[in-house]
Ligand binder design. Sequence first.
Ligand SMILES: [Zn+2]
Length: 272
Amino acid sequence: MPEWPEMEHYRTQLSPLISGQKVTGIVVNRPATINEPVDVFTTALIGRSILFVERRGKHLLFHLDDGNRLHLHLMLGGWLAYGEHGPKKDSHFQVILTFGDGFSLYFGGLRLGYLHRISAKVVIEQMKELGPDPFDSRLTLEAFHNRMAGKRGRLKTTLTDQRFLAGIGNCYSDEICFDARVHPAFAVNKLDPSVSERIYRSMHKVLQEAKEAGGYMDHPLTPEDTVTGGYNNQCRVYDRQGEPCYDCGNEIKFETLAGRKMFFCPNCQKDS
Ligand SMILES: [Zn+2]
């Protein structure tokens, strides 16, 4: 599932391409992807301009010039493409938005994911339980440690809890724990302040590096895009079960924790 780096990468790539563009055509191949009848959705969107693209955690919000938003959550398997033509037949995409300049935004893989047209008020309601962004300036080291100290869970489940922090999922929680040299199943309320500082710094480092490398999703946004997916082979532990740790050579282990996959190096990530 796309996480903070993938969605932030989408936002920065898409913003200059579609901000200010007017929607001139809509194709909905899968009505269940949207939240209202196709004719209502289409009539409401045609002629509207996209003012800018915002990201909240793993969500993208396309701000429309009538005050409404298009709320995109890619969930598992969703991806985007942009261009004069799609990378596959149009029927492969659940929704296609075409703009005044003749270019289109293609929404693919939205089986669990969705694209909803909602008001600003509904956005507030739907996002009210979302925790702070990992880079929110109010999330200082002290605030981060205090939030951790008040939790009862394990590190992995805490980092992936969207009410605790918005945007981190299975892949980057493992990468952050490895970078900080902390076992992902460690109890967060027992973390020493020096250890939570390592986690805090690793969180920023890993997410920023992954974003700059284009995240781990392997669908390029445009035919010229050579950046997207660049982080796919930079993961140190995620999805590397049985392979040697790049730092110590020991085997990367896989376990499940509260139903979540957890990859780690038992030698580098001893309990802190
Ligand atoms: Zn190791």
